[in-house]
Design a binder for this molecule. Structure first.
Ligand SMILES: [Zn+2]
Ligand SMILES: [Zn+2]
Length: 188
């Protein structure tokens, strides 16, 4: 079954803030490939597949001994991609209001959870969650010689405490605020 999900979010940035959406999205889904509910899929706009982050490799793929997280974590290609990414901005003297509308398209099939066989996967997942990544920076600090001040990565996500603010770690200026989290709408 082909499934489309619309994501919309609005943030406000200071006029003297550097800002762009990185086009990376993390999205929760029930994954029929690894048969687990509530997985996170990593999406990059332009990539033809997503990467599903399952926390553990199947036992038969893990050898004996002590393992790092990377040894046991399991990342597999997932039939999920970003099929639309539209950015809009509206400027006043002091602030810029920035809207991101993003469409996620996935292929989905029914399954029973590999760990809890009584539980069926659903679409959307029981607790839909999304994180939209951005790069934010402070021109005032950059002008004062802090060359790293323009390249900090942050994200706006569903379970943020609202209203939320992102401030410059050097000067404390508020660079970004959000009054609401991303809206997630299923469009089958
Ligand atoms: Zn998966
Ligand atoms: Zn600053």
């Amino acid at each position: 079954m082909l499934v489309h999900t619309e994501i919309e979010t609005i943030v406000t940035t200071a006029a003297r803030a550097h800002f762009f959406w990185t086009k990376r999205v993390e999205f929760s889904h029930d994954c029929f490939v690894c048969r687990r509910r509530g997985r996170t899929v990593l999406l990059d706009h332009g990539a033809s597949e997503g990467r599903c982050l399952s926390t553990r490799k199947p036992a038969e793929l893990v050898g004996r001994g002590i393992h790092s997280y990377e040894d046991v974590s399991f990342i597999h290609p997932a039939p999920v991609r970003i099929s639309g990414f539209d950015v809009a901005e509206s400027r006043t003297d002091d602030v810029v209001e920035r809207t991101l509308r993003c469409r996620i398209t996935s292929w989905w099939a029914p399954f029973q959870d590999a760990k809890d066989p009584d539980e069926a996967g659903t679409v959307p997942t029981a607790y839909p969650w999304v994180r939209l990544e951005y790069t934010v920076g402070c021109f005032a600090c950059y002008d004062n010689g802090h060359t790293e001040a323009l390249s900090r990565t942050g994200g706006i996500q569903s379970n943020l405490v609202l209203p939320s603010a992102d401030t410059c770690p050097t000067c404390g200026q508020t660079l970004l605020t959000a009054d609401s989290g991303p809206k997630i709408t299923l469009v089958v």
